[in-house]
Design a protein around this ligand. Structure first.
Ligand code: ADE
Length: 247
């Protein structure tokens, strides 16, 4: 996107419907077409479109994880062509990096994977991913949220090697979608921002699924408040204005 063009269309990728409902209601979004399992919700002229991974036809649960998020992001961009893509959702946080339950983070630096372990020359690097996102320093200050590196994998829990890789990447957050959304944005040349709220502490000693369920409502409420603030702030601004306004 040209740095001087205004952001007129915003696409927001969510994995779970429960994470997205408050934003869908706030902007009065209605179901528009969406192929495959992907569900698109838009307002007039699709200025703001929420795109869900959709549900699994066998189990009825949300299609969480990277394969559905990749498809979701592709369908969103193909059908709506937003100026910018936000990936919103919940994540595990690392106490050692200062994360607390209910905190909302905007991504910074790069987005990486921790469960694509391929110990072959160059493939090891490929596995980590290291995808780009926009500079979020100014946005973090304006919205009043923390910044952190997000690491993505396909499991809610982790094995020791995942933890080592997340430490090596300096991750503050562990999620199941951001890197795959970032990859599609990189391929299709779309600006990308991840925003995540913390449901559980990865290094806290309590089983993830227990904390996830206990804190889902709080984290989702905080996520939607900050996401709506973020959307209102970037809408009709130029990339230049949201990335480097001091210049
Ligand atoms: N979403 C919420 N908590 C998570 C965790 N610990 N790992 C991956 N995704 C998550």
């Amino acid at each position: 996107m040209d740095l001087n063009n205004k952001i007129e269309k915003i696409g927001i990728v969510f994995a779970m419907k429960g994470e997205a409902l408050a934003t869908i209601h706030h902007f009065n979004l209605e179901r528009i077409n969406g192929n495959y399992p992907v569900e698109l919700y838009g307002n007039a002229e699709n200025k703001i479109v929420v795109s869900l991974n959709g549900t699994c036809s066998f189990t009825g649960v949300d299609n969480v994880g990277t394969q559905a998020a990749t498809l979701n992001t592709y369908v969103l961009i193909n059908e709506v062509n937003p100026d910018i893509v936000i990936n919103a959702g919940t994540a595990g946080g690392f106490a050692h990096s200062g994360a607390k339950i209910g905190d909302v983070y905007i991504g910074t630096n790069r987005v990486v994977y921790h469960d694509r372990r391929i110990p072959l020359p160059k493939f090891d690097e490929y596995g980590i991913g290291n995808y780009g996102l926009i500079n979020t320093d100014y946005l973090a200050k304006q919205i009043g949220i923390k910044q952190g590196i997000i690491s993505t994998g396909n499991s809610l829990d982790y094995v020791d090697r995942d933890l080592q890789l997340m430490k090596m990447s300096n991750a503050s957050l562990k999620d199941m979608e951001a890197a795959s959304v970032a990859w599609v944005c990189q391929l299709l040349n779309k600006a990308f921002i991840p925003i995540k709220s913390v449901t559980d502490m990865v290094d806290g000693g309590i089983p993830t699924e227990v904390e996830f369920k206990a804190n889902f409502n709080l984290a989702t409420k905080n996520l939607n408040l900050k996401l709506i603030q973020l959307i209102d702030f970037i809408y009709q601004k130029t990339m230049e204005e949201i990335v480097s306004p001091e210049k």
